[in-house]
Design a protein around this ligand. Structure first.
Ligand SMILES: [Zn+2]
Length: 225
C-alpha cells in the first residue's frame, strides 16, 4: 500500500484513483509509442492506455511516472529521456502525462497483474484502438512531440536557485519565446547545460540537437517560470 492509493473526487464530481493525483509515461520512439493493454479488472479496464498510477505524497509527477513505468512495463529510467508534461487538471485531482523519448531500443514487457500486454504501437494506429477514456481525451495533445529543449546557462545565471525548479518542473510552454514549440504539452523539461562565458557559442552547438534557450542573466530564468 502506497500513501497515494485511494479514491478521491474532483470538482466535476468524477471519482479518480490517486489521493495526490496520478501520473503516467508516454514513451515515444520512431513514429511509435508504448501502450499498455490494461487488465479487465482494473478501473476502466480492457482498454489501451499508458503505464501509470497514483502519485505518492512525496513524489513529483516525473518520479511517479518513471516508477510506474518500471513497475508495470520494466522500462528503465536510464533508457528514457523526459521531454515534457501534459497536465489534465480536474480541480482537486490531476493526471500528468510525462512524454519521453527512448534513447536506445527498448522492449517493454507486462511486468505485473495490471497489464495484459505492454508493447509498441504505430502512432497512426493509436486512434483506432479501444482507448482508456482519459488517454483518449489527451491523445491529440500528446501525439506531436516537440524536440528536446536545451537550456544553455551563462555564468551570471549559473548559481540561481530557479535553475533547480526549472529542471524539475519544467518551462511553461506558454512562456517559451517565439520560434520555440511546445506541441500540446503544458511544460517542457529542459536539459540544463552550464556554458560559463561561452554561452552564445555553446547555444549554437546545441542547435542541431533540439530547441535551445539561452539564459545569460537570472532575469532570463525568471521569464520562464
Ligand atoms: Zn475529474
Amino acid at each position: 500500500m502506497s500513501s497515494g492509493d485511494g479514491w478521491t473526487t474532483c470538482a466535476a464530481g468524477h471519482r479518480h484513483w490517486g489521493l495526490f493525483g496520478a501520473a503516467g509515461l508516454l514513451l515515444v520512439g520512431e513514429d511509435r509509442v508504448v501502450l499498455q493493454h490494461r487488465a479487465p479488472w482494473t478501473h476502466q479496464g480492457d482498454t489501451w492506455g499508458i503505464p501509470g498510477g497514483a502519485r505518492d505524497s512525496h513524489e513529483d509527477a516525473v518520479t511517479a511516472a518513471l516508477r510506474e513505468a518500471r513497475e508495470e512495463a520494466r522500462l528503465a529510467a536510464a533508457d528514457i529521456d523526459p521531454i515534457g508534461t501534459y497536465v489534465d487538471d480536474h480541480q482537486g485531482w490531476s493526471y500528468t502525462t510525462v512524454v519521453a523519448r527512448a534513447v536506445r531500443p527498448v522492449r517493454p514487457v507486462a511486468a505485473n497483474a495490471e497489464s495484459v500486454t505492454v508493447r509498441w504501437h504505430s502512432v497512426a494506429d493509436v486512434a483506432g484502438l479501444p482507448l482508456h477514456p482519459g488517454f483518449a481525451s489527451a491523445w491529440h495533445r500528446l501525439r506531436d512531440v516537440p524536440p528536446p529543449l536545451f537550456l544553455v546557462v551563462g555564468e551570471a545565471a549559473a548559481g540561481d536557485p530557479l535553475l533547480t525548479r526549472l529542471r524539475e518542473t519544467g518551462v511553461a510552454t506558454d512562456r517559451l519565446p517565439a520560434g520555440l514549440v511546445g506541441g500540446g504539452l503544458t511544460r517542457l523539461l529542459p536539459h540544463v547545460v552550464h556554458a560559463g562565458h561561452r554561452a552564445a557559442s555553446v547555444a549554437r552547438d546545441y542547435a542541431g540537437r533540439g530547441q535551445v534557450l539561452l539564459a545569460h542573466e537570472p532575469a532570463d530564468l525568471r521569464s520562464l517560470v
